[in-house]
Design a protein around this ligand. Sequence first.
Ligand code: IMP
Ligand code: MG
Length: 202
Amino acid sequence: MEANFMYCTFKGRKSVCPILLSKEQALEGIRRLARQIAADYARAAIHLVIALKGAKTTAGYLAKELDELGMTFQVDGVRVKSYAGTESTGKLNWLQELAEPDLAGKHVLVVEDIIDSGYTLSELLKVLKFRYGKPASIRTVALLDKPSRRRPELKGFKADYTGFEIQDVFVVGFGLDWDEEGRELPNIVYINPEDFINPSTN
Ligand code: IMP
Ligand code: MG
């Protein structure tokens, strides 16, 4: 298969980044997820909880697709952070609570950009199950998943709906960032942080 590349700049340095998924491929994945979700929920109203900021792009396109499929939904978000640089810190920081903190009786669908160790989403789920009232149901959707990176105690943990399983690479673009950089890249590219921190001088 032919690899495609695009220029990207991080930490003030420009490099060539291989494209893992083009924007069109990501959107096709989201359309597929929306069709599965619409079929499973039948006509029930959904309460989307976006894991900000990374999942904002995915959630925006997912909402558009769900709308076109005639689904009814509300949108809210929480902002949690477990990553520093390209590594998980193993701690979940709550930076922003739900704007409308009442999930009692609602069909909650948590939208995440990517699952890596599994820590963020599994911890988020634990909290969402009780902090804002008891939801009628709670499910998860993740655009990307790196199953090989799962913590041992979370082996087998998966989102209910997964867009793409990917290798153990660090990806940016389509909302995903590296220390707040790269979210605006249209395609999902993978990067080797060393290329930007210790670029070769030749
Ligand atoms: P986990 O807690 O290790 O599963 O990591 C999940 C969170 O870390 C995601 O919500 C992302 O914010 C971030 N993350 C994990 N892998 C990547 C990546 O490859 N690129 C950008 N962010 C990532
Ligand atoms: Mg995230």
